[in-house]
Design a protein around this ligand. Sequence first.
Ligand SMILES: Cc1cc2nc3c(=O)[nH]c(=O)nc-3n(C[C@H](O)[C@H](O)[C@H](O)COP(=O)(O)OP(=O)(O)OC[C@H]3O[C@@H](n4cnc5c(N)ncnc54)[C@H](O)[C@@H]3O)c2cc1C
Length: 498
Amino acid sequence: MLMTPKEYIESLRKLKTRVYMFGEKIDNWVDNPIIRPSINSVAMTYALALDPKYEDTMTATSMFTGDKINRFTHIHQSAEDLVKKVKMQRLLGQKTAACFQRCVGMDAFNAVYSTTYEIDAKYKTHYHENFRKFLIMVQQHDLTVDGAMTDPKGDRSKAPHEQKDPDMFVHVVERRPDGIVVCGAKAHQTGSINSHWHIFMPTIAMKKEDADWALSFACPTDAEGLYMIYGRQSCDTRKLEDCPIDLGNAKFGGQEALVVLDHVFIPNEYIFMNGEYEFAGMLVERFAGYHRQSYGGCKVGVGDVLIGAAALAAEYNGVEKASHIKDKLIEMTHLNETLYSCGIACSCEGCPTKAGNYQIDLLLANVCKQNVTRFPYEIVRLAEDIAGGLMVTMPSEKDFHSDLPVAKDGSTIGEICNKYFAARDDIPTEDRERILRFLENMCLGAAAVGYRTESLHGAGSPQAQRIMIARQGNIEAKKEMAKEIAGITHISDTEKKS
Ligand SMILES: Cc1cc2nc3c(=O)[nH]c(=O)nc-3n(C[C@H](O)[C@H](O)[C@H](O)COP(=O)(O)OP(=O)(O)OC[C@H]3O[C@@H](n4cnc5c(N)ncnc54)[C@H](O)[C@@H]3O)c2cc1C
């Protein structure tokens, strides 16, 4: 059953989610002005799924029940499904200009689905069946699930078992006949507070000594012992000022939090990995692969809106016909569409896993994300170039509306602001104010968390992709191609050793 946006928001109120922000417990977090825009972004994933115009993109057929489900809860059945996923993400980026948070869960579903199948094949465990039942419940209730991978990690040079504080990675502290008790935390969790459930996964490949840290399981967001500490964003307290124009994007936003597990009990039926350390790397690689594909959709949709905003700023300034402005918009479009091409390419080249669901081409997905670590920065630089300095020096909305006389002729602060910040005659100054604030929000305000730094570190920092590109790039095969055409038959000592 598909939930309406209203039902989704009401469903959050029914949870006993524990949220802390600015050193205080936030009881009515659903209506909190700092948190609410992020809830609106997730609600859009529900709204579009009910819009007949987007039905094909936003919904799918459950492989388990045959029911119509939100694509965010789908197990990809074909390369076409993978392509539709990217299109859905671009659409949502266009509709929210923010992170809509539901991708991490979808990417976790698909990675856990195939990994549990392979663990069971080796150990005769029942993780795949556990996961299947869990996912049917998610699909039937149209739930939002956080994909929780990144541990705090402590000293990065040390493995989980080598850390001074074992909680630096989520781990088992007690094994019971009916389940496990876990401790630790996950950092930077996108949309965690707005999720009904969490799927926890390991964050790195592990060795035998790390077996107690090699865990995957599902847990309700309001489970006993689980709480969140809200991550603040640039300019977040502007949301408390009742100045919607100053927010740039008053409706939508992203969300990250520290999720803490303080002796949380996980019943056996929700466990998907429990000590099978040699599969930790597989799960990480698969989740990261899907998530790196995701960025070829979501960031592109946000990029579309950013390019549109830059074009409007140019028009409002009266420079839209200048050749360098046109060229900068072309460059921004070229970069944005290159990201999309990578997202589509790694989807089209997708192939089935042993479990039968479709996985992206790992090399192309990593190339996609590597580009995402760079191109949005250049797109933002060009947007700031086009916008002009006013996007960071403009007085507040309150000044634009102020009746306080300030000039010798009795003009108010508002009139002075509207006089000096006017540009083209036919454009209301308020429209210019709005679009420049919008650009500020996306380039270096709250939305920049999702568009810039998440582009860099989300789904793994740039070096993580380079390691995968090195692994998947098959340099040996390329050397053979060169040798064959160049007529080289000799095998060097290096080649003999490799
Ligand atoms: C906005 C945002 C949203 C996110 N959402 C989610 C989410 O929903 N779910 C989730 O699980 N995660 C999420 N993440 C986490 C993301 O995956 C991590 O930020 C990323 O993996 C990098 O980890 P880190 O931030 O701990 O940085 P670090 O690991 O500290 O990396 C910092 C630098 O150190 C380097 N480095 C780290 N370790 C080593 C090492 N051992 N050897 C050499 N160099 C090293 C890195 O390459 C990088 O250059 C999100 C992150 C952001 C910024």
